[in-house]
Every structure is written in structure tokens, then in C-alpha cells.
Design a protein around this ligand. Structure first.
Ligand code: NAG
Ligand code: NAG
Length: 190
């Protein structure tokens, strides 16, 4: 008798969970428990790297793809749009270990002072973050000593990411326009 009841309970549990699964697969939206999706411990990580913006020479990593008629006469190069695939390295030297690339766009979006709209993905290639990305969307007043830009999301180990990046110009060659920028990124993720 006890065995029969146990079997019945097991059967009805399996049956009802099958019904729930079937219902779930058909529903547009549903609530989930964060801890059942391994979203238990939010972590704060600090990333430190150098961003190489190479606009000159035979192998530039930042290229001008569009500009307005007025860009040439604008003191802030308003309207110019660059697409970049800039190397990110551990040390300021280009020969130091590569940790990823910054891929995306920057555009001069300020008429009266130098301010770039940054829309970029940091694609990491090193260690446990290999294959994970962070997405940046922010304003970069490149002549300021420290610029802060929001991290608006991420993928891989950086799913659900949020945080901010601080950029400081390390070196800039005013002849060529090439620059090395130090980044400190603080990111909350799981
Ligand atoms: C801006 O100036 C450069 C160099 O003088 C020229 O090559 C380019 O065509 C100009 N761009 C526009 C949109 O007028
Ligand atoms: C990163 O991942 C790619 C693709 O899985 C792999 O080919 C590469 O060797 C990895 N790089 C490092 C540094 O682990």
C-alpha cells in the first residue's frame, strides 16, 4: 500500500512537471528563479589594459568611414565616424600580451568641444575571459584627464554585466594621431 502511494506520488509529480514544461515551451514570457540559473553571487571585477588607437601608417586599426561636408571646417571634426578594431594589451607597449580588441565605432558628436560618442564591444581573448565581451556606450571627452563611460552589458562570463570604464590617455602622437589609452574597467557580473 505504502509502495503504491509512493508510486502514485512520483507519477503525479512527473506528470505535473511534464504539463508545466509543455506550458512553458508555449508561453511568450515567464518568471524564473535567479538562483536556478546560477545567478547566485554577483561579482565585481576590475580589468586593466591599454587601448591602441592606430590611425596612421599602412595598417591602421581605426579608419574614417564617413564625414559631413562641415567636418573639414569644424574645430571638433564634428560628424566624422571611425570604425575601429583596436588591440587591447596588458602593458602600454604594443608588443606586450594581447588581452582582446575594442571593436566598434567612435564618432565626433560634439559641436563645441571635443567629445566622442563611443559604441564598442571589448572582445576578450585571454584566460578565462576568452570569448566573453563587454559593451560600452558613452561619451569620451578625449582631452580630459579621466573619462568615464558606462558598460551597458556583456556576454559569456559577462552576462548581465553593468559598470563603468575609466580612460586616461597614456601617450598621444599629435603628428600621426596615434594614441595609447589606459583603461580601468569595473564591472558587476555573475
Ligand atoms: C576634407 O578634406 C580632405 C583633405 O583636404 C579631403 O580629402 C576630403 O575630401 C574633404 N572631405 C569633405 C567631405 O569635403
Ligand atoms: C581563445 O579561444 C579560441 C577559440 O576557442 C582559441 O582558438 C584560442 O586559442 C583561445 N585563446 C587563448 C589565449 O586561450
Amino acid at each position: 500500500m505504502a509502495l503504491c502511494i509512493t508510486k502514485l506520488v512520483i507519477f503525479s509529480l512527473l506528470f505535473t512537471s511534464a504539463i508545466f514544461r509543455a506550458a512553458n515551451s508555449r508561453t511568450f514570457s515567464r518568471s524564473l528563479l535567479p538562483r536556478e540559473h546560477r545567478l547566485r553571487n554577483e561579482k565585481l571585477s576590475h580589468l586593466h589594459f591599454y587601448f591602441h588607437d592606430i590611425v596612421s601608417g599602412r595598417n591602421p586599426t581605426a579608419v574614417l568611414v564617413a564625414e559631413a561636408k562641415m567636418t573639414n571646417t569644424s574645430a571638433t571634426r564634428f560628424g566624422s565616424v571611425f570604425v575601429i578594431d583596436d588591440p587591447l594589451t596588458e602593458r602600454p607597449e604594443m608588443s606586450s600580451k594581447m588581452v582582446g580588441r575594442a571593436q566598434g565605432i567612435y564618432s565626433s558628436a560634439s559641436l563645441n568641444d571635443i567629445g566622442l560618442l563611443m559604441v564598442q564591444n571589448y572582445v576578450f581573448t585571454e584566460g578565462k575571459y576568452n570569448g566573453s565581451t563587454l559593451s560600452i556606450l558613452g561619451r569620451n571627452a578625449v582631452l580630459s584627464s579621466v573619462r568615464e563611460m558606462p558598460i551597458v552589458g556583456g556576454s559569456g562570463l559577462f552576462r548581465f554585466a553593468s559598470g563603468y570604464a575609466q580612460a586616461r590617455t597614456h601617450t598621444v602622437n599629435f603628428q600621426t594621431g596615434d594614441a595609447v589609452v589606459e583603461y580601468n574597467v569595473y564591472v558587476l557580473h555573475y
